[in-house]
Design a binder for this molecule. Structure first.
Ligand code: C2O
Ligand code: CU
Length: 579
């Protein structure tokens, strides 16, 4: 069983246990003896089963089990200790076990709420608040059922609840806020580097575009989705003038995966102000890294990108040889892009398919009709990629894979989630059952470029209740906090930094650090065994633990976030300060 499915199973069992206890309590209050005993027995079994799931999760990593061991387990034990013996002695009036069963129900539900609303790290505050809630709810039920607890019991209950409440509230402190984001770092500014050799202008505006035979409202660069494809050759100095015609919420250009100087990174509120209607901003950077990249707005990025403010950036090492096809996949107004394209290709032509996922969720790509190699991932060439046949690749949100092959005499077709998007003729192959390539086991390994780690950070990804501008929201969290309350990680220029990224939630989080590519060290404790993988976007699936490292060689304040942009907007964004 994977840790992801363990997390899901544990959650389901916890819900069943809580439901069983509460149902049993209600049934016994209503003097429905067989039902009450049945539900209670079921709840008892479910509660005991959690001993197994919680132990297994703790063995997978403390992050997955902390609050379960510290809060759920003691409360479950209390539930069993209180309800169990009374059930055995419930020979007479079944109503006499109602309060113990309800107590067990409140205890297990309370612990469940801690997991769902608070998560990692477990805090004494959360534990005490839960105890206060459980005690108070039990006391209220006791009274409601007309029983008369003795004075001492009532007093003790009150004291425990109040004490837990007081200490709990005090301990649930809000994490430290982000230090003020500096707006002018005074770092090397690309504008002073040299004269541009490639100039582009992109005008952002609302537009109506045709997708799948339908007109849809979009936000677009130069009235097209995707925006114009920007190409350059290594050594070029690229200058892009961004104009905003009428996007009221502002626009910027972020060069996804291109490690530009901080002032050119396009993050509003961090590296520049958003470009408002009628304004413009000029980006300039040297194209010193060949590969497949993309650009997108970073202002209200979830809506902005979804509405169409993105395009392709390709940097070639030299003059083009063979056929070079870019396939930026996107979902616009519920319809898939790009439109399918067929072209005849001469046998033997070297072909490079640049697959780009500009959506917020993973896509599955399958190339049928030819053997191929994965030449590059996220713009970086792989070492010793071997030939693959009938193998699919999963590309995370924001990620890019370059597939290369020599055109065979027979047609080839590229499927994205089962739909043909590019082909050189008619191909009818079922690709859905193909195995998926594991990039951590592909290509030839080489020794790590460093022998030391200077700084280490752990990022535990989860969900939790959070106050945002005084309104409660169910945020996507990092280490129990949501943007803007996640402390900025501060490192020195040149440090070798290791991130351990743990996903204890039930959803995939495609992680994306700005300004740097990270080298994958391990996943779930197993070292990466293939070609060195220098990624800027990688899926951390539920229950997974990734270790990645990078040299902090690009000074400035960098965004570090989930590239499911809805998650990023709902709290899953922090910053890395390199100075
Ligand atoms: Cu492609 Cu901060 O994003
Ligand atoms: Cu996410």
């Amino acid at each position: 069983m994977t840790t992801g499915s363990l997390l899901a199973a544990d959650l389901v069992i916890a819900v069943l246990a809580a439901g069983g206890w509460l149902g049993g309590g209600a049934a016994s209050a209503a003097r429905r003896r067989p039902l009450a005993l049945g539900l209670a027995a079921f709840a008892l079994l479910a509660t005991l089963a959690r001993a197994i799931t919680i132990t297994a999760l703790a063995r997978a990593g403390w992050w997955f089990a902390a609050e379960k061991v510290l809060i759920a387990a003691p409360l479950s034990l209390a539930a069993v200790a209180v309800a169990g013996p009374r059930l055995l002695r419930a020979a007479g009036d079944i109503r006499s076990v109602a309060v113990p069963l309800l107590f067990a129900g409140y205890a297990t539900s309370g612990a469940l709420l801690v997991t769902v609303l608070h998560g990692y790290p477990a805090s004494a505050g959360a534990g005490l608040l839960t105890v206060a809630g459980v005690v108070a709810a039990t006391a209220v039920s006791w009274r409601a059922l007309g029983a008369r607890p003795s004075r001492t019991v009532s007093r003790a209950t009150l004291v425990v609840a109040v004490a837990a409440l007081v200490t709990g509230t005090g301990l649930t402190a809000v994490p430290d806020g982000v230090p003020d984001v500096p707006h002018d770092h005074g770092y090397r500014d690309a504008r002073t580097v040299s004269e541009p050799t490639r100039r582009f202008t992109l005008t952002a505006g609302t537009a109506t575009v045709r997708v799948g035979g339908r007109d849809v409202a979009a936000w677009a660069f130069d009235a097209q989705v995707p925006g114009p494809e920007l190409t350059a050759t290594v050594g070029d100095v690229v200058e892009v003038t961004l104009r905003n015609r009428d996007i009221g919420r502002g626009v910027t250009l972020h060069w996804h995966g291109y490690d530009v100087p901080n002032s050119q990174d396009g993050v509003p509120g961090v590296t520049q102000a958003a470009v408002l209607p009628g304004q413009e901003f000029v980006y300039r950077f040297r194209a010193d890294q060949a590969g497949t990249y993309w650009y997108h707005t970073h202002s209200v990025s979830d809506i902005g990108v979804r509405m169409g403010l993105y395009g392709v950036l390709v940097v070639r090492p030299g003059p083009m040889t063979g056929l070079d096809v870019t396939v930026p996949v996107h979902t616009l107004a519920g319809r898939p892009l790009p439109a399918p394209r067929t072209e005849r290709v001469e046998t033997g032509t070297p072909v490079r398919l640049r697959l780009i996922n500009t959506d917020s969720t993973t896509h599955r790509y399958a190339l049928a009709g030819t053997a191929f190699r994965v030449a590059a991932i996220d713009g970086f060439d792989l070492r010793g990629p071997t030939s693959l046949v009938d193998t699919a690749v999963l590309i995370p949100a924001g990620g890019r894979y370059d597939l290369v092959f020599n055109a065979p005499a027979t047609p080839v077709a590229l499927f994205v989630d089962g739909r043909v998007v590019y082909s050189t003729g008619e191909v009818s192959t079922a690709t859905t059952a193909w195995p998926v390539l594991d990039p951590l086991r592909y290509g030839v390994a080489s020794p790590a470029p460093w022998s030391r780690i200077d700084r280490e950070f752990t990022l535990v990804l989860d969900r939790g209740l959070d106050l945002h501008e005084l309104l409660p929201r169910y945020a996507h969290t990092v280490n129990g906090a949501a943007d803007p309350d996640i402390p900025t990680q501060v490192v020195r220029l040149g440090d070798i930094v290791r991130f351990t990224i743990v996903n204890r939630s039930q959803i995939v989080h495609p992680w994306h650090l700005h300004g740097h590519h990270v080298l994958v060290l391990s996943r779930d404790g197993k070292p990466a065994a293939g070609s060195p993988l220098w990624l800027d976007s990688f899926d951390v699936r539920p229950g997974e633990v990734w270790e990645v490292a990078f040299r902090a060689d690009n000074p400035g304040m960098w965004a570090n976030h989930c590239h499911n942009l809805a998650h990023a907007d709902a709290g899953m964004t922090l910053h890395l300060m390199v100075s």
